[in-house]
Design a protein around this ligand. Structure first.
Ligand SMILES: [Zn+2]
Length: 269
């Protein structure tokens, strides 16, 4: 499951020496979120570090010399990253990435790739830069481990629910957000206008229902690690309304639609 560790080529000695006077070289465990080309052969990399939060950096010559970063720039690769903060510059300089775990070392199909893309897009959009989010990092590493070709929907459901909770968008789901009455299984609803669940009295016109199984699942998921659900049968339809509920909250907060969520929805139709 774990790939052999790869070490990228170090910088030229002179470069490192000169830079060390002005820069602080940092290293942290990190997950690569997204890359896009800039200049001729460079890539800008958005990556989520355990110790410093989300960062953006330049991977010099990443497109020219595949050797230097290898497969480490594939989104959702868990790496150890070495990077330097440059005075007065917004982007860090990415020096070296060592693969800890690649998503491509396990079998892939369209659904698994789409779920991994969703993790990447949501984190890239939602995480503030330079703001450590240790709990989110641990959540990500745990769901990545569980996201397989056989079991893609369970970790997706778990991740969405917990991201909604960690971003402060999930009021206590045992009670109606409007009146505080206890929710009865099978009678909860949610709508596009506000966070949380509602009782039948406060169900509004455009509301959708959250089925009993999903409501109970959500409560269990908020109390147990993602690995606790690995042995359960999870066809795509299971927890679909729960994913719709949490996605609505996330997109309302981000004030935009997530492209990867639309792609996932198309897979199901
Ligand atoms: Zn109510």
């Amino acid at each position: 499951m774990f790939v052999r560790q790869q070490r990228a080529l170090p910088l030229a000695a002179g470069e490192e020496c000169e830079d060390s006077r002005r820069m602080s070289v940092l290293n942290s465990e990190a997950v690569v979120l997204r890359t896009w080309p800039v200049q001729e052969a460079d890539l800008i990399v958005s990556f989520f570090t355990r110790d410093y939060g989300r960062m953006r950096g330049v991977a010099k010559s990443a497109l020219k010399s595949r050797k230097r970063f290898g497969g480490a720039l594939e989104p959702m690769t868990l790496v150890r990253a070495w990077f330097a903060e440059r005075p007065g510059q917004e982007l860090v300089r990415l020096d070296q990435l060592e693969i800890v775990r690649s998503p491509l070392s396990d079998p892939v199909d369209l659904v698994r790739i789409s779920v991994l893309s969703f993790f990447a897009e949501l984190l890239d959009e939602a995480l503030p830069e330079h703001d450590p989010q240790e709990t989110v990092f641990r959540l990500l590493v745990a769901v990545l481990e569980q996201t397989t070709v056989e079991q893609p929907w369970m970790p997706l459901t778990y991740f969405q629910l917990w991201m909604t909770r960690l971003m402060g968008l999930l009021p206590e789901i045992g009670h109606c957000t409007a009146c505080g009455e206890a929710i009865v299984a099978g009678q909860a609803s949610f709508n596009t206008l506000g966070d949380g669940l509602f009782c039948p009295v406060h169900r509004n016109g455009n509301a959708s229902g959250l089925c009993a199984d999903s409501w109970q699942l959500a409560q269990r998921m908020l109390r147990a690690p993602v690995s606790a659900f690995a042995a359960e049968a999870w066809p795509r339809r299971r927890g679909e309304d729960l994913r719709r509920f949490t996605l609505q909250a996330l997109e309302r907060h981000l004030e935009r639609r997530l492209r990867s969520a639309e792609a996932l929805a198309r897979l199901g139709s």
